[in-house]
Design a protein around this ligand. Structure first.
Ligand code: PBG
Length: 328
């Protein structure tokens, strides 16, 4: 072995060398920006738990999609807040609901924008759970197969409105296969499925529950979302979703689960997404507002880490700011 104590430094000391040998680069092409769509027109109101994010009516969502396009972002992910909720989440499959309306307006205003829609019932059910549930002594027990029928209806409504991808986030068993089958049978072979394959029951979703008004009214989501302690189970979940026809598999949240992301990328070598969730966003945003951190540097470090761990696609509420910073 040669003794050359300067070797590790020689490339780091030089800017051109740091730039030339950098292994990971995040670009705007990797980013997806989530939008929260509400009923009405010309409505835009900041979400207090997520500073810088807004509840938008469908027309405002289309305007926002235009701004995303101008920043070089190619995809948005839509969440819907309905005008009324009920135990079966009926507004989730109303073709006139805010999400299908926003899909149509975005596709009209910005045809090149990829539109992905969240498929779940939690924003639409009066009890706030992701499926049809029974309250069993404070525990939420989901009727998996009854829920599947409703999720399929929701996915078909979104595809019918022109969504490019549907993204089931409910964590019911076999929903990817059920949705794929229904899409194919209805002429939507081109509509893709971005599956929330390894979705953990996480405290990092806290701020989102205000944004989507989807906090469970009893019990929690532990009966259908994954235990943060489990690694092998994530591999099994991803394998099932790939076998059932998912085009992209997702790990969620991102930062506390980078080991899962790397394992999935290595094992399946499949298009992989990570969701940099609301809690991860608001921690950074609020610390930045208090002057505790350098937001730009921290966000770019976070996004680079998520990509380095194996994500091709990163869903992040920082997408617009990051796209601007990446241009500088
Ligand atoms: C709906 C859904 C949730 C998120 C995305 N889809 C909330 C949850 O499962 O409780 C969280 C997103 C975020 O925190 O940014 N099932």
């Amino acid at each position: 072995m040669i003794s050359d104590s300067a070797r590790p430094r020689r490339l780091r000391n030089l800017k051109w060398a740091r730039d030339m040998f950098r292994e990971t680069r995040v670009v705007a092409d990797n980013l997806v920006y989530p939008l929260f769509v509400v009923p009405g027109k010309k409505f835009k109101k900041e979400i207090s738990s997520m500073p810088g994010c807004f509840h938008l009516s469908a027309d405002e969502a289309a305007a926002e999609a235009g701004r995303c396009r101008d920043l070089g972002i190619n995809a948005v992910l839509l969440f819907g807040l309905p005008s009324k909720k009920d135990p079966l989440g009926k507004e989730a499959y109303n073709p006139k609901g805010p999400v299908p309306e926003a899909v149509r307006l975005i596709k009209k205003a910005v045809p090149e924008m990829a539109v992905i829609t969240d498929v779940c019932l939690c924003e639409y059910t009066s009890h706030g759970h992701c499926g049809v549930v029974k309250n069993c002594g404070g525990h939420a027990l989901v009727d998996n197969d009854l829920t599947l029928e409703l999720l399929v209806k929701e996915a078909l409504v979104h595809a019918g409105a022109g969504a490019d991808f549907v993204a089931p986030s409910d964590m019911m068993d076999n929903r990817v296969g059920a949705i794929r089958k229904a899409l194919d049978a209805s002429g939507f072979q081109q509509t893709g499925i971005l599956s929330y394959a390894a979705k953990y029951s996480s405290a990092f979703y806290g701020p989102f529950r205000e944004a989507a008004q989807s906090a469970p009214q009893f019990g929690d989501r532990k009966t259908y979302q994954m235990d943060p302690a489990n690694y092998l189970e994530a591999l099994r979940e991803v394998e099932l979703d790939i076998m059932q026809g998912a085009d992209i598999v997702m790990v969620k949240p991102a930062l506390a689960y980078l080991d899962i992301l790397r394992a999935i990328k290595d094992k399946f070598q499949f298009p992989t997404a990570a969701y940099n969730v609301s809690g991860e966003y608001s921690m950074v945003k609020i610390a930045a507002q208090k002057g505790l951190i350098n937001e730009k540097a921290m966000v770019l470090e976070i996004l680079t880490s998520i990509k380095r761990a194996g994500a091709d696609m990163i869903i992040t509420y920082h997408a617009k700011e990051a796209a601007e910073w990446l241009r500088e």
